[in-house]
Design a protein around this ligand. Structure first.
Ligand SMILES: NC(=O)c1ccc[n+]([C@@H]2O[C@H](COP(=O)([O-])OP(=O)(O)OC[C@H]3O[C@@H](n4cnc5c(N)ncnc54)[C@H](O)[C@@H]3O)[C@@H](O)[C@H]2O)c1
Length: 257
């Protein structure tokens, strides 16, 4: 895989989880990282690891900020060849207990943000008369889920619907649109979410990895990054509208047997 000379924008790229693994893999394969974040502290930390990266603070859930970000990047960077829609928020709450504000906040980032980022990304590609690539970060919860994840899973299902539909619309411009659906990718802050349904968070993660997955080892952030790098690279040039589960065989396994 070779991403040398490619300007790739990663939303939420200052994250410690999937976002961190994506930056690591794309950097390894030669891409020029353009890292979007809502959080200044996180972007400062990630710039220490990638001093040549271009930081861009913006909230992907706000239309005006997304538009301003692409105007700024057009002037400062020129064409953006690839977009990874990684920024996302979680929610551990039953659908019937979810408040309107929780629902709106999640959908605003997890699906509307993906649409807005993709819209402005595609417009600049068309202006440059260039092909390009989008990789969206979905989740296994779009395929098989558990209690408290209906709302989150529905937003990720919408991400996969958008992925397929935009792939159909944009194929004629040589713009590919794909997604990855990570399984459980550990980050310390995940324990806070898991503690909403069990006091034994560490044990729950171990059981999930050992019994829930076909391959009983943790999915590492960079495993997601390598799948993204492949989809962005020319090795994936005939793949569009697809979702690859990066889940150590979690979604293919019957539970309890
Ligand atoms: N961690 C997992 O187990 C897992 C599993 C499946 C899917 N995912 C998906 O992977 C993606 C990354 O999640 P993660 O948990 O690995 O976290 P991450 O470590 O990649 O962090 C996400 C980053 O997004 C940033 N962000 C949040 N809202 C933003 C906004 N409105 N604008 C710009 N940046 C914003 C945060 O500051 C954070 O740095 C999400 O889309 C998530 O739904 C995660």
């Amino acid at each position: 895989m070779n991403l040398t000379g490619k300007n790739i924008l990663i939303s939420g790229g200052g994250g410690y989880g999937v976002g961190g693994g994506i930056c690591k893999a794309l950097h390894e394969y030669g891409a020029r990282l353009i890292i979007n974040e809502i959080c200044e502290e996180r972007i400062e930390a990630v710039l220490k690891a990638y001093p040549d990266a271009i930081p861009v603070i913006a909230d992907v859930s706000r239309y005006a900020e997304v538009e301003a970000m692409f105007h700024r990047l057009e002037k400062e960077v020129g064409i953006i060849h690839g977009l990874v829609n990684n920024a996302g928020v979680g929610l551990s709450q039953s659908a019937h207990e979810t408040s309107e504000a929780e629902f709106d906040d999640l959908y605003q980032v997890d699906i509307k943000g993906v649409w807005m980022m993709s819209k402005f990304f595609v417009k600049q590609l068309l202006q440059h008369q260039s092909g390009g690539n989008i990789v969206n970060i979905s989740s296994v919860h779009a395929h098989a889920t558990m209690s408290r994840y209906a709302v989150y899973g529905s937003a990720k299902s919408a991400v996969e619907g958008l992925t397929r539909g935009m792939a159909v619309e944009l194929g004629k411009y040589d713009i590919r649109v794909n997604a990855i659906a990570p399984g459980y990718v550990h980050a310390e802050q995940n324990y806070d979410l898991i503690r909403t349904w069990t006091s034994e968070a560490e044990q729950w993660v171990q059981d999930y990895i050992q019994k829930g997955q076909a391959i009983p080892r943790a999915v590492q952030p960079e495993d997601c990054g390598y799948a993204v790098a492949f989809l962005l690279s020319d090795l994936g040039k005939s793949i569009t509208g697809q979702t690859i589960c990066v889940d150590n065989g979690d979604t293919i396994k019957l539970s309890g047997v």
